[in-house]
Design a protein around this ligand. Structure first.
Ligand code: ADP
Length: 324
């Protein structure tokens, strides 16, 4: 079945040396990114069928990104180009305290200008899973395009998968970020958040089951909380639990969450009953954790996304260590 990822694709400019502020960085490398695009490439690299819907600038960077999707086996049937606005840029640095700092150039960028009329509805209606974030909700017209795409996908029977992927600097205020992120909350079948997003959305700094379950909604099928090198927690109507992370030498966690989501969606797209079967869900999440872990071992998101063979190799190695 087809997995469809909706949202932004952009270029991250990443300092050539780590642990410096943006101002101190001597030079930057181009790193293609944008969470929904990363998820699409994650799915494809693992062998799944996937398309990306979004808008890029009709400029060299936009065409470069379109080429990266194509080269990675992601269908560009839903891709459009804007004649007036440029492809979004973000300068990203890993500060000495380990937190990422973002500075965005999008005033407006092409992705913000996707209109409902430009949506490829046939493509949307053919999706088994429709995945999206919240950045496309920030301004019009991409907000309306996002809402329409979600509605069409849902009507056609797709599973809706939501990773809010909070980028606070893009929002006018924290209040608006929470409001708009929650405005589509109860439409999602699967929600994946990180521990940081759990704290932000619930306005607490307790990461426990009660806090996670305060985000539950009646139609939700699966809530996932990723915990970096602590793996992930899962919640369904019938059961909850956690799956440990793999021990790896992490050098750059960019894209770990996207890799995790892509891997999970690939495991459920052709058999949604996996969500309701705890042993099989745990297997799928173990695979997703392995994919997330591998993604941290190389710089950049897209170059670090694993193939299925690489993920299975890590899983096999880890089980061998356990038996020794
Ligand atoms: P996000 O990128 O959304 O912040 P996380 O950092 O929580 O998401 O990572 C997603 C998943 O990737 C985690 O659940 C975990 O399985 C894996 N992962 C992330 N960081 C590490 C790490 N340092 N070591 C091992 N696995 C990791």
């Amino acid at each position: 079945g087809l997995i469809l990822c909706f949202g932004e694709m952009l270029i991250d400019f990443v300092p050539t040396v780590s642990g410096v502020s943006l101002a101190e960085a001597p030079a930057f490398l181009k790193a293609p990114g944008g969470a929904p695009a990363n998820v699409a490439i994650a799915v494809s690299r693992l062998g799944g069928k996937v398309a990306f819907i979004g808008k890029l600038g009709d400029d060299e960077f936009g065409h470069m990104l379109a080429g990266i999707l194509k080269k990675n086996g992601v269908s560009d049937d839903g891709l459009t180009f804007d004649q007036s606005a440029r492809t979004a840029l973000a300068f990203v640095t890993l500060r000495a305290d380990g937190e990422r700092e973002f500075m965005f150039y999008r005033n407006p960028s092409a992705d913000m200008l996707l209109t409902p009329n430009e949506l490829n509805l046939n493509l949307i209606r053919s999706a088994k899973v429709f995945h999206y974030g919240s950045i496309s909700l920030i301004v019009e017209p991409s907000r309306s395009a996002h809402l329409k795409a979600m509605e069409e996908a849902k009507k056609a029977g797709a599973l809706l998968s939501y990773d809010p992927n909070l980028r606070l600097p893009l929002w006018p205020s924290e209040k608006e970020a929470r409001e708009k992120i929650f405005s589509i909350w109860d439409k999602a079948d699967v929600i994946k958040i990180s521990d940081n997003e759990l704290e932000f959305l619930t306005k607490t700094n307790t990461i426990d089951d009660a806090t996670a379950l305060s985000l539950w909604h009646p139609n939700l099928k699966l809530l996932l909380v990723t915990l970096g090198d602590h793996g992930c927690r899962y919640y369904t109507k019938k059961f909850k639990g956690s799956v440990d992370a793999f021990k790896v030498n992490a050098v750059d966690t960019t894209g770990a969450g996207d890799s995790f989501v892509g891997a999970l969606l690939g495991k459920i797209v052709d058999d949604l009953s996996v969500i309701e079967d705890e042993p099989r869900l745990k297997e799928a999440l173990k695979f997703a954790n392995a994919c997330g872990a591998i993604t941290t071992t190389k710089k950049g998101a897209i170059p670090a996304l694993p193939t299925e063979a690489e993920a299975l190799e890590l899983i096999n190695k880890a089980s061998q260590w356990k038996t020794i």
